[in-house]
Design a protein around this ligand. Structure first.
Ligand code: ZN
Ligand code: ZN
Length: 198
């Protein structure tokens, strides 16, 4: 296991394998900020401009050794990204697309970093900034590499679909394609309250 994944309390443990091709992105979108607020972890998750650092890869590179019973899932809206977290201590894990056939996960930095591991040790490429218009304060971070990132992710998803490796994911049941946890979907009132807090 190349890089350990764990929640803050240590119940959930896993890792990213060495062969993973990783893309580092800082997302400034309101939705990602809202997720941090939902977990009550905006100080730990967000940088001073509201950015969340994530690393994108194929879900097949992730496995959990223990604590999968604490894996929980939420969606800001009915059609929103599936946002995963450890509900033992509200540590963010990452975001996946709604269908397992679209093989993608963006892992939030909090479950990867520790006193000895920093995100820069994991990613060899320089990160890109996405949705900078929602960043707090001025000047905004420079928008960079968004098109390259989208193309890379589309190719990654297509390749996994063709070679069948999309079936390897810790977030969905292999045969049925069902999620391993039932997502909590915010009510419109909860959504409104949360977005107002961002
Ligand atoms: Zn925990
Ligand atoms: Zn986002």
């Amino acid at each position: 296991m190349a890089y350990p994944i764990q929640c803050q309390c240590g119940n959930v443990q896993g890792g990213i394998d060495e062969s993973a091709s990783i893309n580092q992105v800082t997302r400034y979108c309101q939705d990602c900020q809202a997720f941090a607020h939902f977990l009550g972890r905006r100080h730990e998750m967000l940088d001073h401009q509201g950015g969340t650092e994530i690393v994108q890869m194929l879900p097949k590179h992730i496995s959990f050794a223990q604590g999968t019973e604490y894996l929980a899932c939420m969606r800001l809206t009915e059609s929103g990204l599936l946002r995963w977290y450890a509900n033992c201590c509200n540590t963010p894990i990452g975001g996946t697309l709604p269908s397992h056939t679209l093989s993608f996960v963006g892992v939030v930095h909090n479950c990867l970093e520790s006193s000895t591991v920093k995100l820069d040790d994991i990613c060899n490429s320089k990160g890109v900034n996405v949705n900078v218009k929602n960043a707090k304060g001025d000047p905004k971070p420079e928008q960079s590499g968004q098109v390259r990132t989208i193309i890379r992710n589309v190719l990654m998803i297509l390749k996994a679909r063709i070679d069948g490796s999309y079936k390897q994911t810790p977030f969905f049941e292999v045969d049925s394609g069902m999620l391993v946890a039932t997502p909590k979907i915010l009510s419109s009132q909860e959504y409104e309250d949360l977005m107002n807090s961002v």
